[in-house]
Design a protein around this ligand. Structure first.
Ligand SMILES: Cc1ncc(C[n+]2csc(CCOP(=O)(O)OP(=O)(O)O)c2C)c(N)n1
Ligand SMILES: [Mg+2]
Length: 543
């Protein structure tokens, strides 16, 4: 077998089913081997390496298993870096294979040479350099295993082209048993006592809930404890929004009712969360009135917090064990408080409160979207303030339905739609993207068409980089610079790619266009024109 075949055999041994790639002169053998295994590993070419990594991130978010990316050396690898950072922040097991310059040229700033250890040191779980053909299978297997162990994350593997061209009869390492990290009995008992003593407990549901398929277990845990549930940043699908324990989403904008609930609360139970900066309001969320129970499979995450009970565990075993250790049902006053806070969340998500200036009221559009689109549709969102209308008004009532860049990387949306649809070919996949974000990676409509992926794209066009314009105006009243955009006609652009496209300029036309879009048997685009004054639903008026 040549080195490329060894790579592919090892991917097959680990059950890898999808590879996203941009071809390069150095990865010919790998792609040749992949081309012969299309029935086992679907290999999707994207038009840019960042798109390949975003697609892999989205894929692994839905399938909860590693997704691979193949790109070529320095120019390809640097393009891929934004996606590796994003996968790190989202805890997604993406394995990036960089097919590298020949070994004999290394260390002399040869053509397209970069030191990947230095380049990815801070954003990958590990960077492996394959030194000989003998190591290929071992290193590839190790990279895949590492990507999903503990807290999942991206791993980078660099393999020189000359290694890939050599031949060997490889020994593919056998697949090790999945690592289960369980809860310590003493810590479980201590957690149960803290919960029993609490008047107003809040569960904070982190990114591991979705990845570990712990949504149902979380619901049971919430019911056993009587705690409210706040979902961590961009984890809105981790807990049913219509559940009476739902306290909303901890996002960039802190909401008064959430602040109030946190102020009143005496116990935070962080489950499957590393307690990232946005979720914790830049690490300021915990106050002296709070006890903290922290459950996380990554031991390193505990060093940032002074938990009262620290449980190094996956979510399901810890939640089950704590629930079993609780004496009795939650008291009535705890449930009454929970219901009160949930009511405030329901009010907050009711459209009509924000006065808009233009003819499109995004709140009402999302409300119609809630009614028309199947609840198990996957919502892929790019970065941008248009997304706040979705996070505020869309009701996530099914697991596995939210994908967005936890890193805030623009350009995630359309490639994320590619990955989501490959991960679940039967799902209705919606991509929400701004006019700014679309022009970063919207060209992946070409991949959508070529791969026949029925992704539906909604471009929220406010003719500006709205998020940044808002910052500018907050700092210097009435001033903006470099944030107004002269955007193309996105509906025409969609047609250019070959997808039926619709344009909406008034709220009352949205539902009809959405239905038309859903009736398209294949990809479709909706160009939703909003007013430049209606950027955000968070400041009284929409601006
Ligand atoms: C790759 C990248 N570049 C720049 C930014 C900074 N940034 C965040 S949001 C934003 C504007 C988004 O504009 P658009 O997609 O039109 O959405 P809007 O905010 O207008 O709804 C920018 C430039 C970023 N997050 N990611
Ligand atoms: Mg915009």
């Amino acid at each position: 077998m040549n080195g490329g075949e060894v790579v592919v055999e090892t991917l097959l041994s680990r059950g890898v089913e999808a590879v996203f790639f941009v071809p390069g002169g150095t990865n010919v053998t790998v792609l040749e081997a992949l081309s012969r295994n299309q029935n086992k590993i679907r290999s999707i070419p994207t038009r840019l390496e960042s798109s390949a990594v975003f697609a892999a991130d989205a894929y692994s978010g839905i399938r909860k298993k590693p997704a691979c990316v193949i790109c070529s050396r320095a120019p390809g690898a640097t393009n891929a870096a934004i996606g590796i950072h994003s996968a790190q922040q989202a805890s997604r097991p993406v394995v990036l294979f960089i097919t590298n310059i020949p070994r004999r040229l290394k260390g002399r700033e040869a053509f397209q040479e970069i030191n990947y250890h230095l380049m990815f040191a801070d954003i990958a779980k590990a960077v492996f350099d394959v030194n000989s053909i003998n190591e290929v299978a071992d290193v590839v297997a190790r990279a895949l295993d590492l990507s999903v162990s503990g807290r999942p994350g991206p791993v980078v593997v660099a393999i020189s082209k000359d290694i890939l061209d050599e031949d060997i009869e490889p020994r593919i390492p056998h697949v090790s048993a999945p690592v289960r990290i369980g809860a310590d009995a003493d810590a479980v008992a201590a957690a149960a006592r803290l919960i029993e003593a609490s008047k107003k407990p809040i569960i904070l549901a982190g990114e591991m809930i979705g990845f570990e398929n712990a949504n149902e277990a979380l619901e049971k845990f919430a019911e056993a404890t009587g705690a409210g549930v706040m979902t961590a940043y961009r984890q809105q699908d981790s807990f049913r929004n219509d559940h009476p324990a739902h306290f909303g989403h901890l996002a960039i904008n802190r909401l008064p009712y959430q602040e109030e609930a946190l102020k009143e609360s005496d116990l935070i139970i962080a489950v499957g969360s590393r307690l990232d900066s946005i979720t914790t309001a830049d690490y300021t969320m915990l106050k002296p009135n709070h006890k903290l129970i922290m459950i996380c499979p990554d031991a390193d995450a505990f060093s940032q917090w002074q938990a009262d009970v620290a449980i190094g565990s996956h979510s399901i075993p810890a939640m089950k064990a704590i629930a079993a250790a609780l004496k009795g049902a939650p008291p009535a006053d705890r449930i009454a408080w929970r219901d009160k806070v949930h009511k405030a969340e329901v009010e907050f998500a009711r459209p009509g409160e924000i006065k808009v200036h233009g003819d499109v009221d995004m709140a009402r559009c999302i409300n119609q979207f809630n009614e028309i689109v199947p609840k198990d549709a996957i919502m892929v969102s790019d970065a941008g303030t248009f997304g706040r209308w979705i996070t505020r008004y869309y009701r996530f009532n099914k697991p596995n339905t939210e994908l967005s860049p936890i890193s805030g990387a623009m350009g995630y949306g359309v490639p994320g739609g590619v990955g989501a649809q490959v991960a679940n070919p039967d799902a209705t996949v919606f991509v929400w993207v701004g006019d700014g974000g679309f022009l970063m990676t919207g060209h992946e409509c070409a991949a959508i068409m070529q791969e026949k992926l029925p992704v539906k794209i909604i471009v929220c066009d406010n003719n500006c980089w709205g998020s940044i314009m808002t910052h500018q105006r907050k700092r210097f009243e009435g001033w903006d610079f470099g944030t107004r955009l002269q955007s193309p006609d996105f509906a025409k652009l969609g047609e250019g790619y070959g997808m039926p496209s619709f344009k909406v300029t008034r709220t009352e036309d949205f539902a009809g266009a959405l239905k038309d879009m859903l009736a398209v048997d294949g990809p479709a685009m909706l160009h939703l024109l909003t007013d430049i004054r209606d950027i955000s639903p968070f400041t009284g008026s929409a601006q």
